[in-house]
Design a protein around this ligand. Structure first.
Ligand code: SF4
Length: 282
């Protein structure tokens, strides 16, 4: 892994808040959060903080308008038809998600959060689930002025030459594993994660990213359940430092921005994860 940083990257790291940077080779394969620090990526929660696949260069996506909460909360409908979701084109996938009632999370949402960015992006960032601000805006990792989680993600993206609204080499698509906000930012339940996974699977099939950066336990669980059945029981630290696979796409797992805000001492590890992802893309 190349560790040479140019002045721009150093400036971005400073913006990300990484003041002590350690080469990945010096990092243990797992890490331990200080015993007196109750913030863990495991309790980061939801960071309170799809016709045949289409060729990459035929896609140009924009974020859909947020769906509006109905005055009367809908009851969950039967499970998603996996076969049907796997045939949806991008536009139909967006509208299907916007009206989805496949799990109980539809009852408390203000908006579904489909994702934002460029469908030609080589990078796909997957968070856990929408925050309150995400739910209000219908966008993942809200970048509203007072949303520190979104701001930190933007700085992390800048550090690797990406931008939330970038194109070409700077392009990225950002989404969450769960498209609806769990009430009170509770951790999503296993059945909710499983119910929503076909949507993420179809997004991956259509975007065809070169790398997936999974930021959080729920994102990792949704992406790795098939290849790593014990993923739900593993601490996030055990999932870092290696390249997983999802539908043939490399996956790097890292900490969610909301956790990093509470545990800034782990920003250096997050930077090591970004370096690993950059090496995979290269
Ligand atoms: S979380 Fe996913 S499966 Fe559940 S209602 Fe929302 S879009 Fe549908």
């Amino acid at each position: 892994m190349s560790l040479n940083l140019d002045p721009r990257q150093r400036a971005m790291l400073e913006a990300m808040g990484v003041t002590l940077w350690q080469p990945q080779a010096a990092e243990a394969p797992t890490e331990r959060v200080a015993a007196n620090n109750k913030s863990t990526p495991e309790n980061a929660g939801t960071h309170a903080s799809h016709q045949k696949p289409v060729a990459r260069n035929e896609q140009k996506f924009t974020a859909p308008p947020p769906s509006q909460a109905s005055p009367t909360a809908p009851a969950p409908s039967p499970a998603i038809d996996l076969t049907q979701v796997a045939t949806l084109d991008w536009t139909t996938l967006q509208t299907t998600v916007a009206s989805c009632q496949a799990c109980g999370l539809c009852q408390g949402r203000k908006a579904t959060v489909f994702g934002t960015g460029d469908g030609q992006a080589r990078w796909l960032v997957v968070g856990d689930a929408p925050s309150e601000a995400d739910d209000a805006q219908g966008q993942p990792f809200s970048d509203a002025p007072n949303q520190l989680t979104g701001q930190l993600l933007d700085n992390m993206l800048k550090a690797v030459g990406l931008a939330r609204h970038g194109t070409g080499e700077q392009a990225v698509f950002i989404t969450h594993a769960l498209k609806c906000r769990p009430p009170a930012n509770r951790n999503p339940q296993a059945d909710e994660i499983a119910q929503c996974e076909p949507y993420l699977r179809r997004q991956v099939a259509l975007i065809q990213p070169h790398i997936i950066l999974a930021l959080g336990r729920v994102a990792a669980q949704s992406l790795l359940q098939a290849t790593l059945p014990e993923v739900a029981t593993l601490p996030l630290g055990k999932l870092r430092g290696q390249v997983h696979q999802y539908q043939g796409v490399p996956v790097v797992v890292s900490y969610p921005p909301a956790y990093l805000l509470r545990a800034p001492h782990d920003k250096a590890k997050a930077w090591a994860d970004l370096c690993l992802a950059m090496d995979v893309v290269r």
